[in-house]
Design a protein around this ligand. Structure first.
Ligand code: ADP
Ligand code: MG
Length: 318
């Protein structure tokens, strides 16, 4: 049976050109670029909670890093380094090889280097920490939305939750719809380029990991503002858009987690700059509502009247 150190050497040690010292010592040594602040975030994926024991390890490697890069994207930061803390029930080398392949493929796409971590035996648990750089004082936060700003969202919403609903049963998607939704669920694409391009354009941003209403709610709370969102404008994934009469599907659109799109605000006179940022990043951006003075979120329906909000985002302790 391979030792802990052999596993680290085999599956998690790669040259780290952008670090003074990477994997192999007691700590990594990193030198941030001049004029930049470090953006640091950590996210854990736990078996039975965020994924199932039989899930594809290559996709898990991708997703464990992707959900973290999504947080850096929401800050407008450029990802640079990652740490990986891994608990494994047993040293399954096929699993590790596939996991490592998925992780490093996405890391390579974003110029991220794995510079350290921890490996221990235990119930399968994947915890990634990412470090990115952002021009000092220019990070996007949740706190900058102002009354009059427009609210935008990238890409499309609801597919990941619809994919999960399909896995859990009780939903009939076509094979093509199921494939597309499961891809969104298992292999989300963090909107890093969009986050970078929105710097100096967006007034506030968050990534949609717990559902649009919940995550937009965090911007409103931190910014001390209210909002009106037009349900007809929401960019529903086609499989979602085809079924919005179903309350379960409506839940996926408004409160489904795991989409990893960006929700952000910008003053109306920056609308063209937002569109340009979307083009630069190669992702659609859709205006879905407006920031108001006050507090709370109003959802406006097809008839222009306020709709009751029954959908809530995911909360591990609710
Ligand atoms: P220590 O006991 O000093 O914490 P470890 O023996 O846990 O060090 O780890 C040895 C080296 O391997 C360290 O540089 C650590 O950062 C790195 N490392 C351990 N596990 C991982 C992993 N899963 N991915 C990347 N690097 C790892
Ligand atoms: Mg250790």
């Amino acid at each position: 049976m391979p030792s802990e150190f052999e596993l680290i050497a085999r599956y998690f040690t790669r040259p780290a050109h952008g670090a003074r010292l990477g994997v192999g010592d007691d700590a990594a040594l990193l030198v941030p670029s001049a004029g930049m602040e470090l953006a640091v975030s950590t996210d854990m994926l736990l078996v039975g909670r965020h994924f199932l024991p039989g899930d594809d390890p290559q996709q898990l490697g991708h997703k464990a890093l992707a959900v973290n890069l999504s947080d850096l994207a929401a800050m407008g930061a450029q990802p640079r380094w990652a740490l990986l803390a891994l608990a494994l029930p047993e040293p399954d080398e096929d699993w590790l090889a596939a996991f490592s392949r998925g992780f490093f493929a996405l890391a390579g796409q974003h110029g991220v280097e794995l510079v350290g971590g921890d490996t221990t035996r235990g119930p399968l648990n994947l915890c990634v920490t990412v470090l990115g750089e952002v021009e000092a004082g220019r990070a996007l936060t949740r706190a900058g939305a102002r009354p009059g700003d427009e609210i935008w969202v990238s890409g499309s919403l609801g597919a990941a939750a619809l994919g999960l609903a399909q896995v859990q049963g009780g939903l009939a998607l076509t094979p093509a719809e199921a494939a597309s939704c499961l891809q969104r669920l298992h292999a989300p694409e963090p909107r890093v380029a969009l986050g970078r391009a929105l710097q100096g354009v967006a007034s506030a941003a968050i990534d949609v990991s717990d559902g649009l209403l919940a995550d937009l709610g965090h911007i409103l709370e931190r910014s001390g503002v209210a909002a009106e969102v037009d349900i007809q404008r929401l960019p529903a994934h086609p499989a979602v858009a085809a079924r919005t009469a179903d309350p379960l599907v409506r839940r996926c659109l408004l409160a489904g987690g795991d989409d990893y799109e960006l929700c952000f605000t910008a003053p109306p006179d920056r609308a063209q700059a937002v569109e340009a940022a979307g083009r630069t990043a190669g992702v659609a951006v859709t205006r879905i509502g407006r920031v108001k003075a006050g507090e709370g979120l109003v959802l406006v329906g097809a008839d222009g009247a306020a709709m009751p909000i029954v959908e809530r985002g995911y909360d591990h302790f609710a």
